[in-house]
Design a protein around this ligand. Structure first.
Ligand SMILES: *Cc1c(COP(=O)(O)O)cnc(C)c1O
Length: 373
């Protein structure tokens, strides 16, 4: 393997250009660029069918999907969430004037720990916002039970969980609302984009109003909505992506399987295993470095890979609770987030994307094996 070509943690999958230009011709002809046009309507319909959900609204990105989801449920006060995620999860609370309360994660799959969530509930708590980190399902039953017991809303940040199924059922059908991101770096991309999944027609209507300034008619504005509409070019592009996403996920699975074989006997390197009865989408391939056994720290391995032009990413380091906006919160104290702090110091996500070759996987794995002292 020659070393010159950089290998990044991901590379976006694009639909065939010829197919996209056919759709562009239609857009140029009908001159409908946005505002719930024909491609938008068709994309929402086909995407809902593909995902196995009843009500779905596409938006311009995942962050606005989160912000709009909180508006749709009129969430206020405090929301309990995880520090082990992409910053947008917590930023969406900030933009709604909601106080984030961080709770610790579980050590097996790094999702929010329901017991820690229950312990963090106060009279100001109105909702729980867990993340299906790396697409691995949260403890769905326990979160619903806590939400029911305390009268809280449950919003899942499912940005990593496109296409994930539990016992044949879409993971997006749990909780009050789930959000997706279709950013270029995700398993399924519309360049930028996102969606909110809900469970009844009225809620979808409300979300559709909110993403279009609150307009419910030509002269009726029912709420201070935002502009979070997906445009026709992205919707057309998304329709094409749907044709190829199964194939892309199958390729990701083969890559994950290959890494697991390669790294199986490397002492101090832990891969996550698949979960029985879960259909995974392999959005990330995280490994944990136990420096005491491996002989190098995660950061040393990260630098070693970089020397060979391989750019893993330390998702999620630093924790959200360590950023200036949030570090002053009482729940941000490291003593409150012991597991999250530990995982953030050990994890590195290795490159995974459909066109990553087996030679490249072996090359990356050899560096990890040889890097061992
Ligand atoms: C990508 C991501 C988002 C934000 O989505 P955008 O479409 O980039 O705005 C939110 N939460 C998580 C966990 C993400 O990974």
């Amino acid at each position: 393997m020659e070393e010159s070509k950089p290998i990044y943690v991901t590379q976006p999958a694009l639909p065939p250009l010829e197919e996209f230009t056919e759709y562009l011709k239609q857009i140029w002809e009908n001159k409908i660029l946005t505002n719930n046009g024909p491609f938008h309507r068709q994309f929402e319909k086909e995407l809902a069918e593909y995902l196995g959900v009843n009500y779905l609204s596409v938006l311009s990105n995942g962050t606005l999907a989160l912000i709009t989801a909180l508006q749709a449920l009129r969430i206020t006060g405090e929301v309990i969430t995880t520090p082990f995620s992409f910053v947008a999860t917590t930023h969406s609370l900030w933009w709604n004037n909601i106080k984030p309360v961080f709770a610790d994660i579980e050590p097996d799959f790094f999702n929010l720990d329901p017991d820690k969530v229950e312990a963090a509930i106060t009279p100001q708590t109105t909702a729980i916002m867990p993340v299906h980190v790396y697409g691995n399902p949260c403890n769905l039953e326990r979160f619903q039970q806590i939400a029911d017991t305390y009268g809280l809303k449950l919003i899942y940040d499912a940005a990593h969980a496109f296409g994930v199924k539990v016992d044949g059922q879409s993971l997006l059908n749990f909780g009050d609302l789930s959000i997706l991101s279709f950013h270029a770096t995700k398993v399924f991309n519309t360049i930028e984009g996102g969606a909110i999944i809900c469970h009844d027609e009225k809620m979808k209507q409300r979300i559709d109003y909110l993403k279009n300034f609150g307009f419910a008619g030509e002269t009726t504005v029912i709420a201070p909505g935002i502009n979070a509409k997906m445009n026709e070019l992205q919707a057309a592009y998304g329709l094409l992506q749907l044709k190829y996403v199964d194939d892309n996920i199958a390729k990701r699975k083969a890559i994950a399987d290959s890494y697991r074989v390669q790294l199986k006997n490397v002492a101090g390197i832990r891969c996550l295993s698949d979960i029985e009865d879960v259909h995974h989408a392999y959005s990330y391939f995280p490994v944990l470095v136990d420096s005491g056994i491996y002989g190098k720290t995660r950061d040393e391995l990260y630098e070693e890979l970089k020397k060979h032009n391989i750019f893993g990413r330390r998702y999620f380091y630093p924790l959200i609770s360590q950023f200036p906006t949030y570090r002053g919160l009482p729940s941000s104290k490291p003593e409150n987030l012991v597991v999250a702090e530990e995982v953030a110091d050990k994890v590195i996500c290795l490159p995974i994307y459909p066109t990553l070759s087996n030679d490249e996987i072996i090359f990356i794995s050899e560096i990890i094996k040889n890097g061992k002292c």
